[in-house]
Design a protein around this ligand. Structure first.
Ligand code: HPA
Ligand code: ZN
Length: 319
């Protein structure tokens, strides 16, 4: 499906395909506990968010140099472009790299080598969003923001990801205030596995402009009403929801009801190398499994540009 669209929920580390993981492992002399790509793919059977995160963090061991991050981002941008992505707001998880002795500069400069040429090379404009790991401490998040200060011209905003339950948004009040004071945009994962209250808290305490996932808002009609009224975008990731078992099968996904309710929904890929598809694949999957009309698909594509951090003459791109 090549309808022009923006991708707003994409973890760059989650685009690490098995073939590239083995190539980088060989290049960097890192040994992986899998014999080959087939055996690695066998490990892609997840019970929940945490079982995915364990593999996601494990495979990051192969990412060591600027060139690795550049190659990772170029591979994603080429695939995204082929699926109609014209603009991508890309998450990265610096704490997961800093903990392995890979510096902020290596990550950001490496990604930038690809992102800085992306419009020309792939026809995809890009932004970078630095995510804090919510299962790490609030102090660690503050240190991470501090470490990012030399690179703020390359970073549009901050986000919050990793294991959600037990790590409510309020834990990160201070670092979000600091990010806002630096002029950074704010988003956060909320309501993926965590309760609807985390969505409310992300809006009221962290001041976020978009909610990543937000799926569990459907459990609270008053919250749905608020999200509709305030036009808060939700960056849904349907294939991710099936793989991480937040919905049983794609045919049960609440996306049609959410659109019907007037929510500003977008469709994204989250961690496409792990969840079975890139942005266009997610569009194709929801069209097939949920019987979305052409109008609804166009609405989703239009929403993706409206919800982006681009200035809004970009609606033109959606035509
Ligand atoms: N949820 C939370 N954290 C993440 C995800 C996700 O889907 N992907 C990468 N980190
Ligand atoms: Zn995510």
């Amino acid at each position: 499906m090549s309808l022009p669209k923006a991708e707003l929920h994409l973890h760059i580390e989650g685009t690490l395909e098995p073939e590239l993981a083995f190539e980088l492992a060989a290049r960097n002399g890192v040994s992986l506990p899998y014999a080959d790509t087939d055996e690695l793919r066998e490990a892609y059977r997840f019970e929940d968010l945490q079982s995915f995160l364990n593999l996601y963090y494990e495979l990051m061991a192969v990412l060591r140099t600027e060139r690795d991050f550049e190659d990772l981002a170029n591979a994603y941008l080429a695939r995204a472009a082929a699926q109609g992505v014209r603009h991508a707001e890309i998450f990265f998880d610096p704490q997961a790299h800093l903990a392995r002795g890979v510096g902020m500069g290596t990550v950001v400069e490496g990604l930038w080598r690809a992102l800085g040429k992306s419009e020309e090379a792939h026809g995809v404009s890009t932004q970078l969003i630095l995510c804090f790991l919510r299962d790490e401490s609030a102090e660690s998040a503050l240190e991470t923001l501090q470490a990012a200060k030399p690179y703020l011209d390359r970073i549009v905003g901050v986000g919050l990801d990793s294991a959600e339950v037990g790590h409510p948004p309020v834990k990160f009040r201070e670092v979000y205030e600091a990010a806002a004071a630096l002029g950074l945009r704010r988003v956060a994962h909320a309501g993926e596995e965590g309760p609807p209250e985390y969505i409310t808290e992300a809006l009221d305490v962290l001041g976020v402009e978009r909610i990543d996932h937000g799926l569990r808002c459907v459990e609270d009609p008053a919250l749905v009403e608020r999200l509709v009224r305030e036009r808060v975008p939700l960056t849904l990731c349907p294939l991710s929801n099936v793989r991480l078992r937040t919905v049983d099968v794609l045919g049960d996904h609440p996306l049609p009801a959410m659109l019907e309710a007037g929510l500003l929904c977008t469709v994204n890929s989250d961690d496409p190398a792990y969840f079975g598809g890139y942005a266009g694949d997610n569009f194709d999957a929801v069209r097939q499994a949920l019987g979305l009309s052409e109008d609804q698909l166009r609405e989703l594509a239009r929403n993706s540009f409206l919800a982006s951090f681009l200035e809004h003459d970009e609606e033109r791109r959606a035509r």
